[in-house]
Design a protein around this ligand. Structure first.
Ligand code: GLY
Length: 673
């Protein structure tokens, strides 16, 4: 069995576990607080689908809006790079050093040390503690960063320092956010030390192992750079890569990070792992070993495969891995069986994996099961498509066929692309994208048709909502048109977050009008009356909500919060609200789960909710600055929602449920009745 290139240096021999620990010890001895990895699912940052760098959890500190009680810290961070600015998916399996999931060892300075000390510490760890040979180390700096260049000159000769432009040496976490010039450390594994010209050329012999980013700007959503008030250091070292370098392996998959998973795949498949890049068995095993880490860690942190956004990224990864498992001869779900190896080898570093093991295995297995039901038929259909493409002397799979594979057989487009690539075919991606777009428009139109269309006037007025506590208000009329009336203040709730609008009445100029709907237009709240309203702008009106209806709605809304938490406790933390209806006579709560809720689980959920109602817990609504609200233990917020500086948090029994919510609630759980 041959390796892709031979490589050996005389360096201290450490296991991956020892390398991780030695990194953390080194920085701890230099005044750094060792912090836990943030979840790989960044709840609360709508700019990211997955945590893609160690610095994500400190974004608020860099931007000057958050604080920590330390100015130096270090950790190993779980990262996923499969979408957005940093996306390595295509390479994975086909090379030896890109991963969808990886650990990033990092150290940070929040306005504390800067370039000189950061580079000095990197140098000391690499060359003094770990004894990496100096003649194999290359540094890169941003083209105009003379300061970093001259710092590196203390350690390295000119021919081992290289200047690069924005593409390689200006680091940004995404389209917006903290960023700055960076200085990378690359390691030369060529036998004759000829790697200098290969730095940043995408070859496995010369790889980046560590990046020191000097955070000094904020990239704003409009693309401009804004100076930060303080200067910070953000570093990231690819853990799997440094393990390969130190363990004299030319491939990350040959290190002890991956060998236990590969061994497990070998024993399940009865096939031997082959290190050659072209080997079909090798590619399939590498893809499975890589993808299972992304799946297991993200599901353990609360994500779940689904049809859009983050969920669809996971579904694509699972289907990609599942199809490769077929190349090894697996016809039954197998990926879930690899979770145990991760628990055994990484469970002590990332305890969430142990805590969530059962749920992670069940979700992966159920997803595999459902995909395997269509995989065979889809592969057969692909075979037919291939034959007809060749019969017509073409090499292009049409957009229509790709769309059918997607729509009928659940083949994500990258899976079809992969099958095509393996057979020397391409696909008409433009036509596929336009068919996808058409489907989206069709379903959007279908959804819209359900919503009653009302032409809302644009009203240059703003209404204050006073209905948190008051069900009646004396107000001034700001606008009237036909049966629509706008007041300066109102107790009427506009339908939002599933909670239905209030009904009631408004008295103005001695006339009473029944209010049968309420909508928002800009900052104005428009009440719809059951008859046309006399034009009396400037007059005083009395607005009164139907208290019986509101009371019932509130009871159902608080009950929804109890249900949400009970579902999570019984079924798992992956349960997230994907829609809800809170009406006076009923509530509905939509969520995804990988199987039918069993009668026993249902009973347990009912018990939990009924207990909370009987135990008479106060229901508190707090208005808090967003940063403070986020820190509440177990608080539920909605990914993708935009929150202002202040948010309302509804808490039922301090240790039970806390949830961001703009709705109205009862004041004691027993009121749910
Ligand atoms: N934030 C540093 C890196 O990801 O390279």
């Amino acid at each position: 069995m041959s390796s892709i290139f031979s490589y050996s240096i005389n360096v201290m021999q450490l296991t991956s576990r020892e390398i991780r620990q030695s990194f953390l010890d080194f920085f701890s001895q230099r005044g750094h607080r060792i912090v836990p990895s943030a979840p790989v699912v960044p709840h609360g940052d709508a700019t990211l689908l997955f945590t893609n760098a160690g610095m994500n959890q400190f974004k608020d500190v860099f931007l000057g809006v958050g604080k920590r009680d330390f100015t130096r810290c270090a950790d190993t961070q779980k990262c996923i790079r499969v979408s957005g600015k940093h996306n390595d998916l295509e390479e994975v399996g086909y090379d030896t050093y890109h991963h969808t999931f990886f650990e990033m060892l990092g150290n940070w300075s929040f306005g504390d040390y800067y370039k000189t000390e950061a580079i000095a510490m990197s140098w000391e760890l690499l060359t003094k503690v770990w004894n990496l040979p100096i003649d194999r180390i290359h540094a890169t700096v941003f083209r105009t960063d003379d300061e970093s260049y001259s710092i590196w000159r203390h350690y390295l000769p000119d021919h081992q320092i290289h200047r690069f432009d924005e593409k390689d040496n200006f680091w940004e976490m995404g389209e917006s956010g903290p960023c700055g010039p960076c200085s990378e450390i690359h390691f030369d594994r060529t036998p004759d030390l000829s790697g200098g010209p290969l730095v940043n050329k995408g070859v496995p012999e010369v790889i980046e192992i560590w990046n020191n980013v000097f955070i000094q700007y904020n990239r704003k959503p409009d693309g401009t750079l804004e100076d930060l008030t303080a200067k910070h250091v953000d570093t990231g070292m690819g853990f799997e890569r440094i393990c390969a370098v130190m363990q004299n392996k030319s491939s990350n998959y040959d290190t002890d990070v991956f060998s236990p998973i590969l061994k497990n795949i070998e024993s399940l498949s009865g096939k031997k792992y082959e290190t050659e890049l072209e080997s079909k068995t090798g590619i399939a095993m590498r893809v499975m070993a890589d993808h299972i880490r992304t799946l297991a860690f993200s599901i353990a942190d609360g994500a779940i495969p689904g049809n859009d956004g983050r969920g669809y990224v996971l579904r694509r990864i699972l289907r990609r891995a599942s199809r490769y498992s077929r190349n090894l001869g697996f016809h039954e779900p197998v990926l879930w069986k690899l979770v145990q190896t991760l628990v055994d080898t990484m469970g002590d570093i990332f305890p969430e994996l142990v805590e969530q093991q059962v749920i992670v295995e069940r979700i992966i297995r159920a997803e595999e099961d459902s995909f395997l039901q269509t995989l065979d038929r889809g592969l057969e259909r692909f075979g037919d498509i291939e034959r007809s493409v060749r019969a017509s002397d073409s090499t292009t799979v049409s957009g229509e066929d790709s769309f059918q594979l997607y729509d009928t057989f659940g083949f994500p487009i990258d899976l079809t692309e992969l099958l095509a690539r393996e057979r020397g075919l391409t696909i008409d991606i433009e036509r596929f994208n336009s068919l996808m777009q058409e489907q989206k428009l069709r379903s959007r139109a279908a959804r819209k048709a359900h919503i009653q269309q009302v032409e809302l006037p644009s009203v240059d007025a703003s209404t204050e909502f006073v209905g948190w506590n008051d069900l009646s208000s004396e107000s001034t009329v700001l606008f009237v048109k036909d049966n629509q009336i706008v007041l300066d203040r109102t107790p009427f709730y506009v339908e939002m977050g599933g909670q239905q609008a209030d009904f009631g009445e408004i008295t103005v100029g001695g006339n009473r009008y029944g209010i049968i709907d309420v909508r928002k237009s800009g900052d104005a709240i428009i009440h719809f009356a059951d008859s046309d309203i006399e034009h009396l702008v400037g007059d005083t009106a009395v607005a009164t909500v139907d208290s019986r209806r509101r009371w019932d709605i509130q009871r159902n809304h608080s009950a929804t919060h109890l249900l949400h938490e009970a579902l999570r406790r019984v079924l798992g933390n992956h349960v997230q609200q994907s829609g809800s209806l809170v009406a006076p006579d009923a509530l509905r709560f939509d969520f995804s789960h990988f199987q039918k809720v069993s009668p026993a689980e249902l009973l347990e959920i009912e018990h939990i909710i009924n207990d909370k109602i009987r135990e008479r817990f106060p229901v508190l609504t707090l208005e808090l600055p967003i940063e403070e609200a986020r820190k509440i233990q177990g608080v539920k917020m909605f990914f993708g929602d935009k929150y202002g500086d202040k948010v309302r948090v509804v808490i039922i029994d301090e240790k039970f449920s806390a949830e961001f919510c703009g709705g109205t609630h009862v004041s004691n759980s027993s009121d749910i009745g």
